[in-house]
Design a protein around this ligand. Sequence first.
Ligand code: FUB
Length: 324
Amino acid sequence: MKTEKRYLVPNDYMADPSVHVFNDRIYIYPSHDWESGVAENDNGDHFNMKDYHVYSTDDIMNGEIVDHGVVLEVKDIPWAGRQLWDCDVACKEGKYYMYFPLKDKNDIFRIGVAVSDKPEGPFTPQPDPIRGSYSIDTAVFKEGNDYYMYFGGLWGGQLQRYRDNKALECAAFPADDEPSIPARVVRLSNDMLQFAEEPRPVVVLDENGEPLKSGDNERRFFEASWMHKYNDTYYFSYSTGDTHKLCYATGDNPYGPFTYQGVILTPVLGWTTHHSIVEYKDKWYLFHHDCVPSKGKTWLRSLKVCELQYDENGKILTINGQDE
Ligand code: FUB
């Protein structure tokens, strides 16, 4: 069955949507693609983003999408080098915390925090990145009074440069028959500005209870973590990167382990695929991006949304990434 989709920001290039409901309204926190002229490479240097916009709506499929303008810029972040990649925002006690990956002056990705009194920003950056932070693609999940950040990404996301939260002398990928490099999850401190503990691996198991292997490119984690809860089950979803799928795995707590379940979205036009899943007014939605409007330019991506359906066993029905 063809899935009806909507392009959300037809007049600009936006990617990596992180979406939350704050004060009964949908808030979209995307990356802001632009034609920077940087050549395409496996490090993702062509994703040379320099600011964020925030969008909001109260009618996802048909309503007005309000652009709240520029809410944070590289030039205002004291420790900045380059490249503002996928951010996310969490709300605690009336304050909004934006978590953003950015390369520091040594070209190492760190995770920064910027704070606002409003979900639409603007956001004021903290003077330094989170202590002990590394890699990219933040996604924050609230459970009771606790907030968990999922993060990490391979290749340009630099996750292969770390083991046990320590930087390696040289980047290292496991052999194909060894467990794949996992995403990370960490509980945030009470003030929301630091990690409360050491980040832990997000282990995804296969049907035999074994961690997915590094050579299992069709299923193993690459980047773009997201967490949502449906019927008391925790759904960890992510991109498989070089095989271009959005997949998911389920577990019974925010730390996992999670068991691989299947594909949410088949490959879109473009190289990257990235998403969030959110419930609004009793329906579930998948927000993602593709490169159809830019005719396949991988660094100029456009935001899209469609409804997401579960079967009676809680399995997500696969959506065709090529549906317009
Ligand atoms: O937007 C830059 C990077 O591309 C993101 O951090 C990845 O998830 C991929 O979408």
